[in-house]
Design a protein around this ligand. Structure first.
Ligand code: C5P
Length: 412
């Protein structure tokens, strides 16, 4: 059965499936792709067919699975499938499949397809942690990324058997979102390929006692949009997530933090080899001077002492003042309730960052919504207004500004 609302000009997607147990999750990805109107040809490897059979792929895609280099030879499938694709996504991508792709081997239909494809290629790896971390795999991944392929970072969690660690296939919904973004960019260059970007998102929580904290209303959506769009543009992304209740974007290394001090530590660590650091998180300026190990309450009718606060370090100012590598770009965000531009310019100077994205916040503006409007202010004097629109559009404008400046620095 195929419930596909497929249009004649629908994007052609090749779903390559290599031989890992996570192949069953590719069925869910396939369903999402077909239901959203993509024409999907599934190319499973012989090993993949041990996990999920041909009938399942055919039923879910509405067309026969392409399994044989030697079938229908008159149609030259080993060349045609790759040539005609708008996107090739390999999920799961095993260590073996990526090794073959990195070295240009072509001993089956999927590896032939990868050699003939001129469209964007997304690999969603799944394997045991040891295999992912092995220098051979890491070098193959680096090779594929250098050539412009998007290799998603595996997720962390339960692996086959009793193991847990890095190596899980990202959630099918997240792989689908990554594919959608890549298709939307079309043949546009992966202009962040080879770059490591660090993005902080969400809002810090400063604990008062075991049940209370000082926090803020940041949802993390803008930071997550920055991370997801950077991944679609080919970057290796580290997302420092402070209390955001959002699904992990596929292909992004997510580091969870809660307090400003934890965020500072994670940011300084991740920044060491970063080309860009974007501080989109709302960081509490103050934290309680002391943490009460028991719940703060009235004792015998006596009110508790007022909460004393101490200042948190300004992470953005620190990152800007002590760049971890020459030419590293630092980007800040500023939410203002009034006189937005004047405050933004003053803050840009005070923090010492390269770009500052200023937006107006208040009742019904920005927080928790999927849309935003802002102005990107640059230390070199540029001011780029971004009209009200999806947070992804603002994210893309930020990356456009970043890429221009990275390239200018490369040309020096
Ligand atoms: O000063 P303000 O909090 O408005 O500045 C916002 C910017 O500074 C954001 O980019 C935020 O992530 C960063 N910030 C920081 N450390 C703080 C406070 C804010 O990095 N303690």
């Amino acid at each position: 059965m195929n419930a596909s609302p497929e249009q004649p000009h629908a994007p052609r997607v090749v779903l390559g499936v290599s031989g890992g147990i996570a192949a069953y999750k590719a069925c869910e990805l396939l369903r999402r792709l077909t239901e959203s109107g993509h024409r999907v040809t599934v190319v499973p490897t012989a090993a993949a067919l041990h996990f999920v059979g041909e009938a399942t792929w055919a039923a879910l895609s509405g067309r026969p699975a392409a399994t044989e280099t030697w079938a229908s030879v008159h149609e030259v499938p080993h060349v045609r499938i790759g040539q005609q694709a708008d996107l090739v996504v390999v999920a799961p991508a095993t260590a073996d499949l990526m090794a073959k792709a990195a070295h240009g081997l072509a001993d089956d239909l999927l590896t032939n397809t990868l050699l003939t494809a001129r469209c964007p290629v997304v690999f969603a790896p799944a394997m045991h942690t040891e295999m992912w971390e092995h220098p051979a795999t890491q070098e193959n991944v680096a090779t594929l990324r250098r050539r412009g392929a998007i290799v998603l970072e595996p997720a962390v969690g339960r692996l086959t058997g009793v193991d847990t660690g890095k190596g899980r296939l990202p959630e099918p919904s997240a792989i689908f979102e990554a594919c959608r973004r890549v298709l939307a960019r079309g043949t546009q260059e992966r202009d962040l390929a080879g770059r490591h970007v660090v993005v902080s998102a969400g809002g810090t929580r400063e604990p008062l006692d075991p049940v209370r904290f000082l926090g803020n209303r940041s949802s993390g959506k803008q930071g997550y949009a920055l991370a997801a769009t950077a991944a679609a543009r080919g970057a290796r992304v580290t997302l420092l997530s402070a209390n955001a209740e959002l699904p992990d974007p596929a292909g992004v290394d997510v580091v969870r933090v809660s307090t400003a001090l934890q965020l500072r530590e994670a940011a300084l660590k991740a920044a060491v080899d970063a080309d860009v650091v974007v501080m989109a998180a709302a960081v509490a300026d103050f934290r309680p001077a002391e943490y009460a190990t028991g719940k703060i309450k009235k004792v015998d009718g006596v009110e508790p002492a007022p909460v004393a606060l101490v200042r948190n370090p300004d992470i953005l100012a620190e990152l800007s003042a002590h760049r971890a590598r020459p030419g590293q770009l630092v980007v800040g965000f500023a939410a203002e309730t009034d006189d937005v531009l004047a405050h933004g310019r003053a803050k840009l100077a005070r923090k010492g960052c390269d770009l500052l994205v200023v937006n107006e916040v208040g009742d019904g503006l920005a927080f928790g919504l999927d849309t935003n409007a802002a102005v990107v202010l640059a230390a070199d004097g540029a001011e780029v207004p971004v009209p009200h629109g999806p947070k992804e559009a603002l994210a893309d404008t930020v990356w456009d500004q970043v890429v221009t400046r990275l390239r200018a620095a490369d040309a020096l």
